[in-house]
Design a protein around this ligand. Structure first.
Ligand SMILES: *Cc1c(COP(=O)(O)O)cnc(C)c1O
Length: 387
């Protein structure tokens, strides 16, 4: 049965592309687009991840043709053969970034080239094809060209962009799929902390890991999230908002939360975050916080932090603040770590001063309230395909 024979080629080695960049997109406007009133109604209270814009992006890939058929089309269900490999073997990756509306009405996104590169790294790990960065950025501009009105303007709101890639070949053999789809959907997002930034309690999972050595921890893939959901439920059951994972090898080092990186403030001038071991997701927010802290003259250390370090640091007063960070919630203060027979920190502690200053500076840059001194912003509401 020739179909089941292992493939001699990996997706990324084939389909040498002799095209121009970026791909050109065909556009099919939705005939069911929401009215201005309906849209404004949604944007007045969007929540997170519940409502979607009128359009979506799709690009197809096959091992023979490479990337082709780039299009913007009405938002709607995907047609998937029940044998699609993503449904059986979880060959899927995603990204998350935001479009921000500035005071002058213009629309911007934050360091999208980092997301493009990370999607490529995730693709390599999941044996999916790499989407060229130019196509990634163009796909977002194309979607904003039709759905720009969906970027809300109230303080701390944004349009959350969710690019993702799935293996959609109809084949139950176990190998990297020869047919793949890349999509972008967008969802208006309200202020994450509607009533002001509130510190959270987090739950230490002593039973489960999200990643192991050589695993997929550094890739942004759905499988990592699937594995985090049971411990996340345990976090809720214990009154905590998020789950914290230790490294899978020694269960002593702090890795990260289910979907956020973690930072410790030592004294007033040192910021410490776990080094990238291969089982930690390399957050764009993490990288940006490191830069902003260095700009402030803080010492930043990327190193191992053990559970013992955390416990002793809080007990001695050396650790003054702890926070988590990621695109969705930006920077979230952590008041307490709880676990079986464990409580570190004061659940009633207010948000830390340095935590809040870094949060403020980062959002000020993202919303255009401070100069973009590192060239982190890309304007999205520009005529597409013209740069
Ligand atoms: C996406 C993600 C983060 C945060 O990354 P950002 O680029 O800052 O949004 C952190 N940890 C995990 C596991 C993630 O999936």
């Amino acid at each position: 049965m020739s179909q089941a024979a292992p493939s001699e080629t990996t997706p990324t080695e084939t389909a040498t592309e002799t095209r121009t960049f970026p791909l050109s997109f065909s556009v099919t406007p939705s005939e069911a687009a929401r009215s201005v009133v309906e849209r404004e109604d949604i944007l007045a209270d969007p929540g997170f991840g519940k409502k979607f814009t009128d359009h979506m992006v799709a690009i197809d890939w096959t091992i023979a043709e490479g990337w082709y058929n780039a299009r913007v089309m009405p938002y709607g269900p995907l047609q998937l053969d029940p044998a699609s490999s993503v449904l059986h073997y979880g060959q899927e990756i995603f990204e998350g970034l935001k479009a921000y509306r500035h005071a002058d009405g213009s629309i911007w996104t934050f360091r999208p080239e980092k997301n493009a590169k990370r999607l490529q790294r995730s693709a390599r790990r999941l044996a999916l094809p790499e989407l060229p960065a130019a196509d990634f950025i163009e796909s977002i501009k194309q979607l904003i060209a039709l759905d720009g009105e969906w970027v809300p303007s109230a303080p701390e709101t944004s349009l959350y962009l969710r690019p993702f890639m799935i293996a959609n070949e109809s084949f139950l053999g176990v190998r990297a799929a020869h047919q793949v789809g890349y999509y972008v959907i967008a969802s208006p997002a309200g202020a994450y902390f509607a009533d002001g930034v509130a510190p959270i309690k987090i739950w230490l999972s002593t039973e489960y890991s999200r990643a192991g050595r050589g695993g997929t921890g550094a890739a942004k893939c759905g499988g990592n999230y699937a594995a985090s959901l049971l411990p996340q439920m345990q976090a809720y059951d214990n009154g905590c908002a998020q789950v914290l994972f230790l490294d899978g090898e020694t269960s002593s080092r702090i890795d990260e939360l289910g979907g956020m990186n973690v930072f410790f403030v030592y004294g007033t001038d040192t910021l410490v975050t776990p080094r990238l071991t291969g089982s930690i997701l390399e957050g764009v927010t993490r990288d940006s916080i490191i830069q902003l802290a260095r700009d402030r003259g803080m010492t930043v250390q990327e190193r191992d932090v053990t559970l013992g370090d955390w416990q002793e640091g809080v007990a001695s007063g050396a650790i003054t603040e702890v926070f988590a960070c990621g695109t969705a919630a930006v920077v979230t203060p952590i008041s307490q770590l709880k676990g079986p027979g464990l409580e570190i920190g004061d659940p009633d502690a207010p948000a830390g001063r340095i935590t809040m200053a870094l949060r403020q500076e980062l959002t000020d840059i993202q919303y255009g309230r401070l100069p973009d001194r590192h060239g982190w912003l890309t304007r999205l509401d520009v005529p597409v395909g013209t740069e």
